[in-house]
Design a protein around this ligand. Structure first.
Ligand SMILES: NC(=O)c1ccc[n+]([C@@H]2O[C@H](COP(=O)([O-])OP(=O)(O)OC[C@H]3O[C@@H](n4cnc5c(N)ncnc54)[C@H](O)[C@@H]3O)[C@@H](O)[C@H]2O)c1
Length: 447
């Protein structure tokens, strides 16, 4: 099936697009499509999110409420929960979550549900794009059969492609319209149709075509596994440095002066979010189907997973040196997002540290200006049975002075570290956030 009719429709802005799943990935892309002039249906199962969007309010920091309100008022962005709006759509872009199960195998429930929903409204000439991060083979082996059960065939009747989302929440430099895109369609025409859709958002020379969805799926997993492995390397070296009395942060800064062949990665209390702790397991899981054990990847994941435990040990040892037991110690954790300057606590290592310290009897509180409250059940170690909600406490000099230990778990840019150190008795710095501070250095313990 030639892609030209589809491409023409997109180029002339006659095409309509549906974005399914309006989270950190889906909402920015839905707004970008609307801003580019395409009528965009924005579908989610979460009524609260849809109501907020209809009222012109964004819940994703990277997307302004002004942008949402403008597109909704002008009728280009149509948020909804009713799948009936998929009838007659020219393109459907799936951006739903791909978590793992407790046993760390892929949970494609949302992808399957979305594909089934698209299938119920599939028509000839339509493009379906999967953007959720997943293992190689998902588009061909999971999504394609669901769509083809309708009797319509990929390449003959409709287009199907995978294009990974590379958005980096909180990144002020790279967003939806200037991060290069990778596209792999089930047929060459599928790839071309998908490229045509994204050319609405991104310069043509920033769209990289690969041979098929598997390569595109693997590309995203390579990118995230690359990060996981390199972070694990510096985490391991951090522990070695600690034993040898070498400050690894200083070493990394020194190595980073080399203008070629080295890229700095930084240690920390662990990896969090939706991608780095999850994606390598998707690949490792799929690899087992081919009798292949991804030792490197799993070792990296294991090393990163050990960091919250290491952080807890640093805190307890530091308290101990001051003659204080962790039991009943007052500990304030600064930052519970999974990285700085964002409002996302998913798989946050800081929350693991928090619970482990609380489990040892410490009186733990947290302060995070981006996360006013957090349900601990969101954390990966807790089952649904435990749903305690914690609230961020105000950060005052008196509160800092009352703590036995302040743990800098996330170095949000808004934190005033010299002031924090000045008013604290003991600071465990898991982010090297205090490296420029001279006054009160004796109170600081680096991870
Ligand atoms: N967050 C990131 O930084 C990032 C970056 C790149 C890729 N990704 C990948 O993109 C995908 C989405 O991630 P996210 O961070 O946007 O997730 P998210 O949880 O922020 O958003 C997903 C949205 O999908 C909705 N949803 C779930 N099931 C649905 C269904 N059946 N129909 C319609 N909507 C449904 C949820 O209500 C939610 O609003 C994941 O595969 C993730 O790995 C995420």
């Amino acid at each position: 099936m030639p892609h030209r009719a589809f491409t023409r429709k997109v180029e002339t802005k006659q095409a309509t697009v549906a974005v399914i799943g309006l989270g950190y990935v889906g909402l920015p892309i839905a707004v970008a499509f609307a801003e580019s002039g395409l009528t965009t249906v924005a579908l989610d199962i979460d009524h609260e999110k849809v109501d907020r969007l209809r009222g012109g309010v964004s819940y994703i920091p990277d997307v302004s409420s002004d942008a949402v309100a403008t597109q909704v008022q002008e009728g280009r962005l149509l948020p909804g929960t009713d799948e009936a709006v998929l009838d007659g759509m020219d393109a459907a872009v799936i951006c739903v979550p791909t978590p793992f199960t407790k046993a760390k195998s892929p949970d494609l429930t949302a992808v399957v549900a979305s594909a089934e929903m698209v299938a119920r409204h599939l028509r000839s000439g339509q493009l379906v794009v999967l953007q959720s991060t997943t293992y190689p083979g998902t588009t061909e082996e999971v999504v394609r059969p669901i769509l083809e059960r309708t009797g319509l065939q990929v390449g003959h009747d409709f287009f199907l492609a995978f294009s990974p989302e590379r958005i980096d929440p909180g990144n002020r430099r790279y967003g939806v319209t200037n991060t290069p895109k990778v596209v792999g369609g089930c047929t060459p025409a599928c790839t071309k149709a998908c490229v045509a859709l994204f050319e609405i958002l991104i310069a043509a020379d920033q769209i990289h075509q690969v041979h098929g969805p598997r390569a595109a799926e693997m590309c995203k997993l390579l990118e995230n596994t690359f990060r996981s492995v390199n972070i694990a390397l510096v985490n391991e070296l951090l522990k070695l440095g600690d034993r040898m009395g070498i400050d690894l942060w200083e070493v990394i800064d020194a190595a980073a002066t080399k203008p070629f062949g080295f890229m700095p990665f930084y240690p920390g209390p662990g990896v969090g979010g939706h991608c780095i702790p999850v994606d390598p397991y998707y690949l490792a899981w799929k690899a087992r189907e081919y009798d292949f054990h991804t030792k490197f990847i799993e070792l990296a994941a294991e090393t990163n997973a050990s960091m919250p435990f290491y952080t807890v040990r640093k805190v307890t040892e530091s308290l101990n040196r001051g003659g204080r037991a962790v039991k009943a110690a007052k500990i304030l954790i600064l930052g519970v997002a999974f990285k700085r300057d964002i409002d996302d606590p998913r798989n946050s290592p800081a929350l693991e540290v928090l619970k482990m310290l609380a489990g040892q009897g410490a009186e733990v509180t947290y302060h995070d200006p981006y996360i006013p409250k957090v349900a601990l059940s969101e954390d990966r170690f807790l089952t649904g049975a435990s749903t305690a909600t914690l609230e961020s406490v105000p950060l005052t000099a008196a509160r800092l002075e009352a703590q036995d230990c302040v743990l800098i778990a996330v170095a949000h840019r808004c934190f005033e570290f010299p002031w924090i150190v000045r008013h604290s008795r003991l600071v465990v710095d898991a982010q090297n956030a205090t490296k420029m501070i001279q006054e009160g250095r004796d109170k600081i313990v680096k991870l």
